[in-house]
Write a protein that binds this ligand. Structure first.
Ligand SMILES: Cc1ncc(COP(=O)(O)O)c(C=O)c1O
Length: 358
């Protein structure tokens, strides 16, 4: 399918932010977006890059009622000399299709998805900020658009990709976060949609997140829904602990999101000779490791921050300090390595970096 392009007229283009230190996250979007509708019997059709606009939906559009909505989150990076890079984009594309299948939504052809992504980024390249650690955040999204209130998989969808500049996550260096372990609420159940990037998962997570914020914590640490015993994820990131000589993260059993950063951390750490275990880790084991001094590092991983050190953890009314509240060596090494690969500052032995323009 040929992607058609309608360019925004020069006088309708937005003013690009002048101060890159004030970009923040998810507030500014570029001049164009990609859209492609789907109808049962016809499939995906009319892929289009067009001027950014509001969407028009019937009030009964099914995404508004039954949450048939999925999305992805990825970034484009500007390297030295103006080269533009993506980091493992096919992983996000494949994960979006896993989410689509689970929510009875149509898959998008991987090559067409990638082509749309590349073309849109190249059209919007002036929107990619220059500052260290800044990037262009990309949000591919799929919504059910059929106007109908009966509960069934929609017969109509819209796939779209929007993008916008985002600031450096750590403009002033690492800031270890404080996390709150909830035993009362859970994010995902076995057999549910925890391994999908479905909007409904995030809606369900807000309540516990607000409780945590209300008492001064940055994120919620989610435990397994059945026994409320084993570590799963933290906020919207995967969770890692270094206990003794082992780097431990939860296994991919369907209740956590298979993070692209999680996989990159695992592969890098293994390549450095670190012992990595994808296994269940109970809060009892975490508490015992804090008590005997073997819990050396804790960090969250995700596209937004790469890795985010955890300095304090609250569990059953008590607060514990991890590694004196400082960033661990492995955490810092992983951050630097992934960042430098993403920005083209370092060799990429894994072939993760995809150059899309010189
Ligand atoms: C629930 C959840 N877990 C983990 C992650 C980390 O995934 P990734 O490394 O692919 O950004 C995210 C962010 O996308 C997320 O929303």
């Amino acid at each position: 399918m040929e992607i058609k392009v309608i360019e925004a007229p020069p006088d309708k283009r937005k003013v690009k932010p002048a101060d890159e230190s004030k970009l923040g996250f998810g507030k500014i979007f570029s001049d164009h977006f990609f859209t492609m509708p789907y109808h049962t019997g016809r499939g995906w059709h009319d892929p289009l890059i067009e001027p950014y606009r509001s969407l028009q939906l019937d009030p009964t559009a099914m995404c508004l009622h039954y949450a048939q909505e999925i999305f992805e989150g990825m970034k484009a990076y500007r390297g030295q000399g103006g080269a533009l890079f993506l980091f493992r984009p096919m992983e996000n594309i494949r994960r979006m299709n896993v989410s689509a299948e689970r929510l009875c939504m149509p898959r998008v052809d991987e090559e067409l998805f990638f082509e749309a992504l590349k073309r849109l980024i190249i059209i919007e390249k002036e929107w990619i900020p220059h500052g260290s650690g800044t990037s262009l955040y990309i949000r591919p999204t799929m919504i059910a658009t059929e106007a109908a209130l009966g509960v069934h998989p929609s017969n109509e969808y819209l796939f779209f990709i929007i993008m916008g500049p985002v600031g450096a996550y750590y403009p002033e260096g690492f800031g270890p976060t404080k996390i709150f372990v909830t035993e009362e609420y859970c994010r995902a159940v076995p057999g549910g949609t925890g391994n999908c990037k479905a909007g409904g998962n995030y809606a369900a997570s807000l309540f516990a997140g607000e409780i945590a914020k209300g008492i001064g914590y940055t994120q919620v640490l989610w435990l397994d829904a059945v026994e409320r015993k084993y570590v799963e994820e933290v906020g919207t990131s995967n969770m890692f602990f270094v206990i003794g000589e082992e780097l431990i993260t939860a296994p991919l059993t369907g209740t956590i999101l298979p993070g692209v950063t999680r996989d990159s951390v695992i592969q890098l750490a293994k390549s450095w000779g670190v012992r990595v275990a994808e296994r269940r880790l109970s809060m009892d084991e975490v508490m015992a490791a804090i008590a005997d001094g073997t819990l050396r590092e804790a960090f969250a991983s995700g596209t937004a921050a790469i890795v985010s050190p955890v300095g304090q953890i609250r569990y059953r009314e008590k607060e514990y300090v991890i590694a004196d509240g400082k960033t661990g060596n492995l955490t810092e090494r992983l951050y630097n390595e992934i960042l430098q690969i993403q920005y083209g500052q370092k060799e990429d032995p894994f072939g993760w970096r995809i150059k899309i323009a010189d």
